[in-house]
Design a binder for this molecule. Structure first.
Ligand code: HDE
Length: 707
């Protein structure tokens, strides 16, 4: 507010640059004027006093006449809308898609016609089972919902970070979700599949076993939304201008590489920072470190589909990249946070039915069911049929239709015609259909009996689960087995535990045994009855491993540096320079949030006080302490946790020579290994950051067994 732009009110006080005045009861009023607009009612009427309701007498009752109070409370009372029945917790951001090359030979979709074309996007990442306020690091599938605002309407690719699904037919979706969410009698557990109902359902639904392997892998505990893949899951069609159809599966490949956390870290992160994933994306975008994904297509024809080992309409199966290579056709960059969370992230209404000319559905029964569900659910959540009038849902291309009225209609058709055919002609007559430009449904030949039936071609439930398991590194296989043991240890009914293990015998003998032994089953179960025997001949697919597809640098990741007074200033500077040169972030943690005084007298600002900045928040850590500083840290329990957790989670650790006292007191000095690097001088910092390019020091894991 510019000084002198208005007279200072009598008794005005200054609270951090904004002026307030004291009211009669001692309360503060922010004063309008200058750059501060006058507060109004929803109807635009200026408000004189927003601190006190209208009363009869100083200490008397509030008057119903107080229209300002009534409007304010009425609106507040109605602020909540139903959360999404699944994927309630999510985080949305804006972005841009850039088309690399014309795909006109394959699809007539306008977005894929011109190299270099940019299309606006909105993307929402989510967990599935937890409520809106649940923690980010739940073991769960992540939603990866993408909207492209194309010149021929909105195209929504509503995918997940896992390429397969639990069930084959949408009619089982309510059962799956009921089983996964809180048990209905007790209302818990929240955001967890580690309970009886979930594993009961899974163990009675063999088609879900492939997905069960995926969700027990580290895919369900990503380090960040930025480090995960996305998948359209279903087989779709692309149709070119001549009407030729090509099958397609959509993939998003993060330029950042793949990365996950370990389970013990996830458990603790949920307490340390329940917003870990949304904060990560927010911070990265605000800092200008825009995450990028390339869009890849697996394209194949009818003859491939007929000869492939599995039915391409079965959403519990993948097509390995090694069999149908991925063609990279464009890039998504997420570059803008929302202005308002509710307005955009909460109100965005994705719909699988939003496809554009040149992209079409297949008969995947899961996809067909979704097309009904996504439209239907928006009515309940957003309260009426006009949710496309909300800016985040409105197309950004011209649109004309005769839908009218309903709650909150913002734009009804203009003029006399609200129907067609009509004989008004010209502009007055309104829009008309166009067989040339309009959405062409692929004229597939369909014939058959009307029956409730599951195709025989959907009946192999274990072969791809085995293929997935055998495609993992040894470290990842151990994580899968540990995850089964953890989840099933929370299952209270022994028969359900055994039943799950009986399915694992159809996947891999060693896996089943290690889970069975980890649960201390009194007797190993027989393999479950299988509709089809597991195929032992499928080739492994290295692309299914996270560790084989990790980041190549430390870029986009975060080093946490625990410092104390007297920290070697040169060493700190050297480390900071090395981190920044790599395009990574450094966050300073100190005994007190105000910061520390370095050896040369300079001041180092801290971002976190040590108990609010556990090593869980960082990809790698350093402890730079003076001798006195290390003695002080040795007496602070969270400082000891800082190093023991980092060690147990197989993180790379750098330390100044004097910091050793902390490791000794924490009880890990004698176990320190090649993943722990002493920084003798600033020169060593570069080598440390180069070491951090690898994700973790996995060699340590068998010794610490914390994952
Ligand atoms: Fe969803 N799903 N889903 N789903 N789904 C919803 O729609 C549904 C499925 C996915 O960020 C709901 O707007 C059925 C597969 C994402 O807003 C609902 C079936 C995949 C999101 C719905 C599936 C997904 C949803 C709830 C079985 C990956 C969040 C709120 C046939 C390919 C979108 C909403 C967002 C949300 C139904 C299975 C992904 C109820 C019936 C498979 C990413 O309509």
């Amino acid at each position: 507010m510019s000084e002198g732009s208005r007279k200072k009110a009598k008794g005005a006080i200054d609270l951090g640059g904004v002026e307030f005045e004291r009211g009669a009861g001692g309360e503060t009023h922010q004063i309008a004027g200058g750059d501060v607009p006058v507060l109004t009612t929803q109807g635009g009427v200026p408000v004189a006093d927003d601190q006190n309701s209208l009363r009869a007498g100083q200490r008397g009752p509030t008057l119903i006449e107080d229209q300002h109070f009534r409007e304010k409370i009425f609106h507040f009372d109605h602020e909540r809308i139903p959360e999404r029945v699944v994927h309630a917790r999510g985080f949305g951001v804006h972005g841009t898609f850039e088309t690399y090359e014309s795909l006109s030979d394959i699809t007539r979709a306008d977005i894929f016609q011109r190299a270099g074309e940019k299309t606006d996007m909105f993307v929402r990442f989510s967990t599935v089972a937890g409520n809106k306020g649940s923690a980010d690091l739940a073991r769960d599938v992540r939603g990866f919902a993408c909207r492209f605002y194309t010149k021929e309407g909105n195209w929504d690719l509503v995918g997940n970070n896992i390429p397969v699904f639990f069930i084959q037919d949408a009619i089982k979706f309510p059962d799956l979700i009921h089983a996964a969410k809180q048990e209905p009698d007790r209302g818990f557990p929240q955001a967890q599949t580690a309970h009886d109902n979930f594993w009961d359902f899974i163990s009675l639904t063999p088609e879900s076993i492939n997905m069960a392997l995926w969700i027990m892998s580290d895919r369900t505990i990503p380090r960040s939304f930025r480090f995960m893949e996305g998948f359209g899951v279903h087989t779709f069609r692309m149709i070119n201008a001549e009407g030729k159809s090509t099958f397609v599966k959509f993939h998003w490949k993060p330029k950042q590489g793949l990365q996950s956390v370990v389970w013990n870290e996830a458990l603790k992160l949920n307490g340390a920072d329940p917003d870990f994933h949304r904060r990560d994306l927010w911070d990265a975008i605000q800092m200008g470190d825009f995450p990028e994904w390339e869009l890849g297509l697996q394209l194949f024809d009818e003859s491939f589909a007929e000869n492939f080992d599995f039915d391409v309409l079965d959403a519990t199966k993948i097509i390995p990249e090694e069999e149908v290579p991925i063609r990279i056709v464009g890039k998504m960059t997420l570059n803008r946070c929302v202005d308002n969370f509710f307005q955009e992230t909460e109100q965005v209404a994705f719909q699988t039915g939003n496809v554009v000319p040149g992209i079409d559905f297949t008969n995947d029964p899961l996809l067909q069911g979704r097309n009904f569900s996504y439209l239907d659910t928006q009515l309940k959540r957003l309260g009426g049929p006009n949710f496309t009038h909300i800016p985040v849902n409105a197309p950004r291309c011209p649109f004309h239709h005769f839908q009218q009225d309903g709650h909150m209609a913002m734009h009804n058709p203009k003029g006399r015609a609200n129907y067609e055919p009509n004989s008004w002609g010209g502009e007055k007559g309104g829009p008309r259909e166009s067989p040339e430009k309009g959405f062409p449904t692929f004229p597939e030949n369909i014939a058959g009996e009307k029956r409730r039936v599951r195709s025989e071609t959907f009946s192999d439930h274990y072969s791809q689960a085995r293929q997935f398991y055998l495609s993992q590194t040894e470290t990842e296989q151990k994580h899968i087995s540990d995850a089964f043991i953890f989840e099933l240890s929370k299952v209270e009914t022994p028969a359900i535990r055994s039943r799950v293990v009986s399915h694992l015998f159809n996947v891999d003998d060693d896996l089943a045994r290690s889970v069975g032994e980890g649960l201390r089953l009194k007797e190993m179960p027989q393999p479950a009855n299988a509709a089809r025997p597991t195929r032992m001949d499928l080739k492994t697919s290295p692309k299914l491993s996270i560790l084989l597809n990790g980041p190549e640098s430390f870029k986009g990741r975060k080093l946490g540096v625990l410092v104390t007074d007297g920290v070697d200033a040169e060493l700190f500077k050297g480390l900071k320079t090395a981190v920044e040169a790599e395009g990574a972030m450094i966050e300073v943690v100190a005994p007190m949030v105000g910061g520390v005084k370095a050896s040369d007298g300079s001041w180092i600002e801290a971002k976190q006080k040590v108990d609010g900045g556990p090593s869980l928040l960082y990809d790698a850590v350093a402890v730079l302490a003076s001798k006195d500083g290390a003695d002080l840290l040795s007496k602070i329990a969270p400082a000891k946790d800082f190093v023991t957790d980092a060690f147990a989670h197989c993180k790379f650790i750098a330390y100044s020579p004097d910091a050793m006292a902390l490791f000794e007191k924490a009880g890990i000095a004698s176990d320190m290994d090649d993943g722990c690097l002493k920084l003798g001088s600033a020169k060593d910092a570069q080598g440390f950051i180069a070491t951090c390019r690898a994700l973790r020091h996995w060699e340590r894991e068998p010794k610490v067994k914390a994952a």
